[in-house]
Design a protein around this ligand. Structure first.
Ligand code: GDP
Length: 433
């Protein structure tokens, strides 16, 4: 998915534009943690192209002067996004602050689209010339509250996004290591790729470039995404919780498999589960890495307790595998790659239709669907369909009779029979006419 970031000084209308563009998915699942509230990113779609949109104005820093804050927002946009929308406000005209932001944006090689908001007049396109003086191209005049020009802006965003065919498709497995600070992400990266690799981006001024690391294990090729971001210990950024979520989100977005790291020697916190929630929402295969296992005494006895604890906290991630490692002692690290290979195998698993239907029939026998929405669900038959994630279509008497708990029961039955550890699976219900 492409990523678009909106930048601009306060009150130009960033969040109203953001809200107009995001397509809020009504979540049918209940236990997802609170990152969805007060969010600064959202999923959007235009002309069938899906993308993530970020409102950098939502990333606020305490006790920072305006210039510093705006600079950081612009840098975040330049790092995380494929396309930047620089928003101005026609009611204020071009201000000195806008020029400051423009000067920061000159540095980027990414496409910048200038949009001028609160433009409610029609046909006065000469107004646009005023804004060309900042040297970032011809602006698009919009009114996000009235919807004027927003379609043109979206067209332009899509046009500037990297083409899907251009995205690298090779035999490497792209993995994102995510987790809150100090769980041991950089230690794991160091164990895997070695300490000696100097990170170019640690040189002052260019702190934000993402650097991926390639490695080969048992003849298989892997890429760790944004290892520089993981190893960097930049004070300002570490403390911005919203930014660290955003960073996790963009890394997750470009990964095939997510390694969610927690510290197994201490209690799980909301920050852990919120980060896990991001990976869940993006529907990625997930492996939970319980690190610092060396610190846990009486391991034999603790392992089951710890697993239960993790399952209880990450309710929505029941399908995730859990692996206990010590990044520090480099023990059990090989298990990670075994798990990754298992997940890849599960992604490619094809279930025979006849076998699948046996399972469906038996599931309905042992636990018939409850009455829901005025009727009782009857599944006639189903099959797995071609998709990146395992996806099953079931033909039923009426899809509105599907209660989410019954859907979950079916998913559990499928997992029980066919595995699919570590990967999200999709169940679709269609009416048989
Ligand atoms: P990050 O913020 O997630 O990248 O965490 P770091 O890799 O910087 O680790 C934070 C602290 O935990 C450091 O002091 C590490 O030495 C320590 N640490 C990391 N992994 C382990 C581990 O497996 N066992 C132990 N005992 N300490 C670890």
């Amino acid at each position: 998915k492409g990523i678009v970031a909106i930048v601009g000084r306060p009150n130009v209308g960033k969040s109203s534009l953001f809200n107009r563009i995001i397509r809020e998915k009504k979540s049918i699942v209940e236990d997802i943690p609170g990152v969805t509230r007060d969010r600064i990113y959202g999923n959007a779609e235009w002309l069938t192209r899906q993308f993530i949109i970020i409102d950098t104005g939502g990333i606020t820093l305490e006790d920072q002067p305006f210039a510093k804050e705006i600079k950081i927002q612009a840098e975040i946009a330049m790092t995380e996004a494929d396309v930047i929308v620089f928003l101005l406000n026609h009611q204020d005209g071009l201000t000195d602050e806008d020029k400051v932001i423009a000067r920061i944006l000159y540095k980027t090689k990414k496409p910048v689209i200038v949009a001028v908001n609160k433009y409610d007049k029609k046909g006065l396109s000469t107004d646009a010339y005023e804004y060309m003086s900042i040297g970032l191209g011809e602006p698009i005049m919009i009114s996000s509250t009235h919807g004027i020009g927003v379609g043109d802006l979206l067209d332009k965003m899509i046009a500037e996004m990297p083409k899907i065919e251009d995205e690298i498709k090779d035999d490497r497995t792209r993995m994102a290591i995510i987790g809150k600070p100090n769980v041991g992400k950089s230690s794991l990266v160091n164990s895997l790729v070695g300490e000696e690799r100097m990170i170019v981006s640690e040189i002052a001024g260019t702190t934000l470039d993402a650097v991926d690391s390639n490695l080969q294990v048992n003849g298989k090729k892997y890429t760790l995404i944004d290892t520089a971001g993981i190893r960097r210990k930049s004070k300002v950024f570490e403390t911005i919780e919203k930014y660290s979520y955003l960073r996790s989100l963009t890394t997750i977005n470009s990964a095939d498999i997510v390694l969610l790291m927690i510290d197994s020697s201490v209690k799980i916190t909301d920050q852990d589960t919120n980060i896990g929630g991001l990976a869940y929402e993006e529907r990625k295969p997930i492996i939970i890495i319980a690190n610092k296992w060396d610190l846990v005494k009486d391991k034999e006895k603790q392992i089951l307790k710890k697993e239960d604890e993790i399952r209880a906290y990450f309710k929505y991630l029941q399908y995730a595998k859990i692996i206990f490692v010590s990044a520090h002692d480099k023990t059990r690290i090989g298990k990670i790659f075994e798990a990754v290979e298992d997940v890849k195998e599960a992604l490619n698993r094809k279930i025979k239709t006849s076998v699948f239907n046996e399972v469906l029939n038996r599931a309905q026998l042992i636990n018939p669907a409850p009455n829901h929405n005025g009727g009782r669900l009857k599944i006639y038959y189903g099959s797995q369909v071609e998709a990146y994630l395992p996806t099953f279509v079931m033909f039923v008497n009426n899809p509105s009779y599907v209660h989410f708990s019954y859907k979950r029961f079916l998913e559990n039955q499928i997992r029980l029979q066919f595995g699919f550890d570590g990967v999200p699976i999709t169940l679709l219900f269609r009416e048989r006419k």
